[in-house]
Design a protein around this ligand. Structure first.
Ligand code: B12
Length: 214
């Protein structure tokens, strides 16, 4: 199957909330040699965002959103392990997680995988991570970079909390802080004093490369 049709098949599976079809489409992507990251970012991600838009307009409800997320996971289970891991010496350790009060993990997981694939050691704290846990774990693992994901306007403030906490400990300069997730922007990152914003997995890798050198 050509790439365009594979991407369409992936998107359709998400928009019809069909986990079985999503897994099948992901296997088709592998068979057709579509780059796994492209399959995720150009096939699956735009589709789940379209479902999110329908949810916002109340054209679909939470159960559909959850089924779409499940379908996304089924496809990602096939695709994620195929992102090749870079076995070179670790560039730096990155502590990453989704902030307190927020359980969205799909984007954070994509970013984690891409960082690993590009030679970073990643400590993924999961979702609903306390502000202090980001910092404690960064200290424990001697991380150079902290990454905080937030998907809701009600939780992006926790990204600033991490920075304020580091400032209060007089440890702000020890870490490069990068933020990302749906409602965040480059302006937001600047406003809260973060060291950068990652719009997607590829730009996050570039940003992490820069921060690991700084
Ligand atoms: C899937 C989804 C869910 C799933 C999550 C499943 C899971 N395991 O993650 C479920 C169904 C559980 C869910 C629940 C809820 N959701 Co929801 N959800 C979404 C949806 C549709 C897609 C999010 C997603 O995965 N996008 C795809 C990924 C690939 O994109 P991404 O996360 O932005 O990540 C990319 C970049 O941002 C960046 N990035 C991400 N993280 C990081 C981190 C760093 C450090 C960096 C540098 C970069 C980076 O790289 C990623 C790869 O490209 C969005 C809609 C949307 N348009 O975002 C709503 C959305 C985020 N949800 C929303 C809401 C309201 C909720 C609920 C409150 C609903 C409810 N009434 O219960 C709950 C939240 C519960 C909670 N406490 O967290 C709203 C938030 C509104 C707002 N602005 O505040 C949205 C925007 C939907 C909407 N339009 O109304 N949701």
């Amino acid at each position: 199957m050509d790439e365009k049709n594979v991407l369409k098949m992936l998107g359709n599976a998400i928009e019809t909330y069909d986990s079985g079809a999503a897994e099948k489409a992901a296997k088709e992507a592998v068979k057709s040699k579509v780059d796994p990251l492209k399959a995720i970012e150009a096939g699956l991600a735009p589709a789940i965002e379209r479902v999110g838009d329908k949810f916002e307009k109340m054209e679909v409800y939470l159960p559909e959103l959850m089924l779409a997320a499940d379908a996304m996971k089924s496809a990602m289970t096939v695709l994620m392990p195929l992102i090749p891991k870079d076995k070179k010496v670790s560039k730096a350790t990155v502590v990453i997680g989704t902030v307190q009060g927020d359980i969205h993990e799909i984007g954070k997981n994509i970013v984690s995988n891409m960082l690993m694939a590009n030679g970073f050691d990643v400590v993924d704290l999961g979702v609903n991570v306390k502000t202090s846990a980001f910092v404690d774990e960064a200290k424990r693992t001697k991380a150079k970079i902290i990454g905080a994901s937030a998907l809701m306007s009600s939780t992006i403030g926790s990204q600033k909390d991490i920075i304020d906490y580091l400032v209060s400990l007089k440890e702000r300069k020890k870490y490069g802080l990068m933020v990302g997730g749906g409602p965040t922007t480059g302006e937001w990152a600047k406003e809260i004093g973060a060291d950068g914003w990652g719009e997607d997995a590829a730009s996050t890798v570039k940003l992490a490369n820069k921060l690991s050198k700084g």
